[in-house]
Ligand binder design. Structure first.
Ligand code: A2P
Length: 336
């Protein structure tokens, strides 16, 4: 059976990847509708050799759409996702608009696929990119040894902040190499040749919203409110691919050798862990444009008997967003 599929935010960094991943994975599409704002309505996009014309979301009637992938920001999702769901579509939403609602499942396809079935509002949420890649790697360790606590520092690429943010890194890099000013617009300070310890807004507790997403989403997806998560989220001048230095403490001692074994067998994970120069994953050498979550630098924590250190890298636009959304769509399609 084939499905009428809509992609909302199809001209954005994630939306464009959704379209190519739907094609790559030969998702059973009977009709594809690509939607964006009135700014890009009328543009045409090549999809599997066909010209598809971008339509304005505001004037679109969702009747007949069966699966809708949303990635046009939280306010667009808040307004339009319920309308698509009311018209009968299953909405897979990449924004944070519904992630923390109890009646909206938050799903990583390798971790809690069964959760897609409980969707009373017809909406399934796609997790934040940083949480996504971290949990693909940590879930198999959690299942075997139980994770008590996670300390994580992220190194996040600019594509996570959208197309305009990528353009800003390019523009600033060129300007600075030509002895001109950086002129920050999308980022609070210069991003080229710099690192910024702030992603999203500050919360009352001193953490940023991006950091709290790691706390809230980890607990919801693993179904364990007792897991301690202590995050620092940092933006780095990389185009595609997030990296994370992750330190965990497990309930039972597991050890680096067993962790490496579990990771090697885990779906969606590739272990790259040779102790030689370049024998570890980086955004540029491994993750960018690829589907897997890459894990390297697996070692026993020197300072804690049940501690383990890992370096986790993945393409934030693919597994971190578009790919997982399409994998959720595949789970829905498999229901028949
Ligand atoms: P548009 O290209 O017409 O502005 P990114 O995160 O890379 O900036 O992409 C955001 C995506 O969300 C784009 O496809 C953008 O379309 C779309 N978008 C933003 N605002 C709206 C809106 N009000 N209605 C529909 N689509 C929107």
């Amino acid at each position: 059976r084939r499905f009428k599929v809509a992609v909302v935010g199809a001209t954005g960094a994630v939306g464009e990847a959704m379209l190519s991943i739907l094609a790559e994975r030969r998702f059973p599409v009977s009709e594809l509708v690509v939607l964006a704002s009135e700014r890009s309505a009328g543009e045409s996009i090549d999809w599997r050799g066909d010209e598809v014309v971008v339509r304005d979301l505001a004037g679109f009637d969702p009747a007949g759409v069966e699966i809708a992938l949303f990635s046009a920001g939280g306010s667009v999702s808040k307004e339009y996702a319920p309308k698509f769901a009311a018209a009968g579509a299953v909405v897979i939403d990449n924004s944070s608009a519904f992630r923390y609602d109890d009646d909206v499942p938050l799903v990583v396809s390798e971790v809690n696929p069964e959760a897609v079935k409980q969707r009373p509002r017809g909406i399934i949420a796609n997790p934040n990119c940083s949480t996504m890649q971290m949990l693909v790697a940590l879930a198999p360790i959690h299942r075997e040894a139980g994770i008590e606590r996670i300390n994580v520092a992220t190194y996040q690429s600019v594509s996570g902040a959208g197309r305009a943010a990528m353009e800003e890194l390019g523009r600033q890099t060129g300007a600075l190499l030509n002895f001109q000013g950086a002129d920050p617009q999308r980022f609070p300070v210069q991003i080229a040749f710099n690192v910024i310890p702030q992603i999203d807004e500050f919360m009352d507790n001193g953490f940023t919203r991006e950091e709290m997403k790691l706390v809230w989403e980890t607990r919801k997806i693993l179904g364990d409110e007792s897991i301690g998560v202590n995050p620092t989220a940092v933006r780095v001048p990389v185009f595609y691919g997030h990296a994370e230095a992750v330190h965990i403490e497990t309930r039972d001692r597991i050890g680096a050798a067993r962790a490496r074994e579990l990771l090697a067998a885990a779906p969606g994970v590739e272990v790259v862990d040779e102790r030689v120069p370049g024998g570890y994953p980086t955004p540029v050498t491994h993750a960018s444009g690829r589907d897997a979550v890459y894990v390297g630098r697996i070692r026993d924590d020197l300072s804690h008997p049940r501690g383990l250190d890992l370096w986790i890298v993945s393409d934030n636009i693919r597994k971190g967003a578009a790919l997982n959304a399409v994998q959720i769509a595949e789970l829905v399609a498999a229901e028949g």
